[in-house]
Ligand binder design. Sequence first.
Ligand code: NAP
Length: 456
Amino acid sequence: MGLPIELTYLAASILFILGLKGLSHPETARRGMIFAEFGMFLAIVGTLFHREIISYEWIVAGLIIGSLIGGAISIWVPMTAMPQRTALSHSFGALAASLVGVSEFYVHGGEIATFKMTALSLEVLLGGITVTGSLMAFIKLQDWIRGTPITYRGQNIFNMSLLAITVGMFAYLIFDPSAQSLFYVMAGLAFVFGVLLVLPIGAADMPVVMSLMNSYAGLAAAATGFAISNNVLIIAGTLDGFSGFILSILMCRAMNRSITNVLFGAFGSEVTSADGAALGLMREVNADDIAVQLAYANQVVFVPGYGMATAQAQHAVRELANMLESRGVTVKYAIHPVAGRMPGHMNVLLAEADVPYSSLYDLEQINAEFPATDVAVVIGANDVVNPDARDNPKSPIAGMPILDVDRAHSVVVLKRGKGKGFAGIENPLFFKPNCGMLYGDAKSSLIRLAGAVQHS
Ligand code: NAP
């Protein structure tokens, strides 16, 4: 590869690193994204000058089709479907890596040096797992199949045996790359394993699956880089792989779980959640009463969740907050790390509505403040405010740190009805004496509240 291409790749890699650095803080995230986009542009342009390219027809066709699909997705996929979209992107990225691996193997047959064969097999192995694993995550997040863990007897042993056989084939191929059919069987098993890996994971553990898939897709891309000697792929793939891995660890910490517990914890665990009928009745409240409480409060904490995203209620929250602040009320936002359906989901939405970053408080900071909070307004959040996680060791989400909204003087929950959260379990918060339910779409409830505050 010529020097100009390598220099372009170097510039692209630096831009990727600056991009990641920017993405680590909401205030610099937009700039980080522009750096990363420009880096990707340079990486593509550099690759187009590769002297091994014989004809541009397929490349141009791919660029046009890919750009059309990417453009359509960015215009028409709603923000609420971002997690599914991200899962699909991981799947497509991994599919590209797997296809490169398979075609390289096909072209070179059994004549492949050990190092290259290792990279190639790893690429196809991780790529295959990620393609179907991410598709399963997409299907679960899209509610095409139930999002809770799907388990059966002997699942753990079966999965582990399949993985061991696949890894055994991987090891064999390194020493004997001429075993061509074994390579394709290994690739096929990797695809099957991806499905089986994600089936038993669900409920509140999905964020970890998403970040793990992100990590695997990156590592598959890095392996591709080694297999075809492409430096920018090695660097970008490694950055992606390890940042995804760090994110997985952070997500596990946020949920007080270990990676092994997430991956294998669904098996045989006896779990119970609170029974709605035994908890009593929920108390319905109306906007006028809540508006008076809000207008005369010293401190109000907004607690957004997935329902805020589906309702696209972030601007309405901001408007209500402005109104309260102009009356001297202190307004804070409590952000749970797994609220919504993707890491940083709430931060992205609130940033879109220009909520100042200084008003966002993470779990550790805000929990100490709830006892001194007059009203906690839960906007379409459920699992992340479920006190069962804290109080019931047999709950499926036991041990997951929650936002202690039930410790505020008064809680109002904005949701459409009696729908459960992502974990599919009852929430005792809604039955507590200090909690009132304001039913309706979150955005229209917030608009009603703002109107009522204005007249109070
Ligand atoms: P949640 O537990 O999914 O609950 C969302 C609630 O919002 C539902 O109970 C629903 O009740 C209500 N809702 C839905 N649409 C609404 C609308 N238009 N207006 C008002 N309310 C609406 O949400 P969460 O508390 O944010 O918790 C997130 C969950 O997703 C956790 O279990 C987390 O582990 C999981 N998860 C997170 C990620 C991530 O990376 N953040 C990824 C995958 C999964 P009604 O139907 O009654 O309205």
